[in-house]
Write a protein that binds this ligand. Structure first.
Ligand code: FE2
Length: 384
């Protein structure tokens, strides 16, 4: 089988290759948090997620509570332990709130586990069937960087709302969606000198390819630097950039993350919207904090940077500037993006909002403006 993906040009790289791990998409992202009830309220109120499913004492789960939130294709699971002897506490003590599971939707979770473990993945969960009156879900899992795991979810024989053991969560409090559609990419921060080892891991164990790379000559400011390689699966639906810190005059934002998360982990979740101006207006009105705006000169330079793509750009530069939205372009089009401040007190996980208008990149043209903005925040925190 030749894997086709004209969109990302991946068909050339994958030509003749067997996709031993076909992925249908992101299934869910699970966070371990200190207080899932309050986190759920935050993601509903601030980010426009909807109540979707619940598991806890009321459903017979005595060890932990999990709230599932949904917005279009995105599902977040927020899990909190109910007793001090839960192993989830070890994760919370070390990392604070953070991403534990990046779950991937597959046709065959047994085969996914067999293919990845035989290529060297460390098993997290052997293929396991969970059932209720709505059918059966088969899940399996492997460890990746830090304490993060990938769980493979096979749900073709299940009609229930989320997973067996969960019940539908109906709430009287239903803030409207802000237009977030799906997860565009999820970025992992790994330790000094570890990027290439994880790139190789995603190639060997999961059959991904490295389709974009940025070195510290491209990603640096006067003070700090990082390196990044973007990994993609065969159909381009799953994209995992991997970052490592690089040496510079002051502390890399990746190093700051590693100091506070106390290990490698998920750095940001990029979520797609069709109308970033409306989405960001809503998010700001609901209290989501974004990185401060780049200087005025950044916006004055947009026509230069976009060149030909200015003809198809219909967003007003003044509106982008007033919301601090960033713009970048590649040969195929442009993209609009903006980054939140970390959503925990530790400067660790944050979100990116992205609208792609043909561009397939990750905003490399914005790295300098973005990192200068992050450095101002690091300066405020005394961690630069
Ligand atoms: Fe990103």
């Amino acid at each position: 089988m030749t894997i086709k993906n004209v969109e990302y040009g991946l068909e050339k790289i994958f030509k003749g290759a067997q996709d031993f791990l076909p992925l249908l998409g992101t299934d869910y992202v699970e966070f371990y948090v200190g207080n899932a009830k309050q986190s759920a309220h935050y993601y509903k109120t601030a980010f426009g997620f909807q109540s979707f499913a619940y598991k806890g004492l009321e459903t017979g789960c005595k060890d932990y509570a999990s709230y599932v939130l949904k917005q279009d294709k995105i599902r977040l699971v927020l899990t909190t332990p109910l007793h001090s002897n839960s192993p989830i506490n070890d994760h919370l003590k070390k990392h604070g709130d953070g991403v534990k599971v990046i779950a991937l939707w597959v046709e065959d979770a047994t085969k996914a586990w067999e293919e990845t473990t035989k290529r060297g993945a460390k098993s997290f969960m052997k293929p396991t069937v969970e059932k209720d009156e709505e059918g059966a879900v088969l899940r399996s899992g492997i460890h990746t960087y830090g304490d993060v795991v990938h769980i493979f979810v096979e749900r073709k024989n299940y009609k229930g709302c989320f997973l067996p053991g969960y019940r539908k969560w109906a709430s009287d409090y239903n803030p409207t969606s802000v237009g977030l559609k799906f997860i565009d990419h999820m970025v992992g921060n790994v330790g000094w000198g570890e990027m290439n080892q994880w790139v190789k891991w995603y190639e060997d164990v999961m059959g991904f390819v490295n389709f974009l790379s940025f070195d510290d000559k491209q990603i640096h400011t006067e003070y700090s630097a990082l390196m990044s390689k973007v990994m993609s699966n065969g159909n381009g639906r799953i994209k995992f950039p991997i970052n490592e810190p690089a040496k510079a005059a002051k502390k890399s934002q990746i190093e700051e993350y590693l100091d506070f998360y106390e290990s490698p982990g998920a750095q940001h979740i990029a979520v797609a919207t069709d109308d970033i101006i409306e989405t960001v207006k809503q998010l700001k009105a609901r209290g989501v904090e974004f990185l401060p705006a780049p200087p005025k000169a950044y916006y004055e330079d947009i026509p230069n940077r976009l060149g030909e793509h200015m003809k198809i750009m219909h967003e007003d530069i003044g509106a982008l500037r007033s919301l601090s939205i960033l713009v970048d372009a590649d040969e195929e089009g442009y993209l609009l993006q903006i980054f939140t401040k970390p959503v925990e007190d530790r400067p660790t996980l944050f979100f990116e909002i992205i609208q792609r208008m043909g561009a397939k990149g990750f905003g490399a043209g914005n790295f300098k403006a973005l990192f200068e903005s992050i450095e101002r925040e690091q300066e405020n925190r005394g961690t630069l």
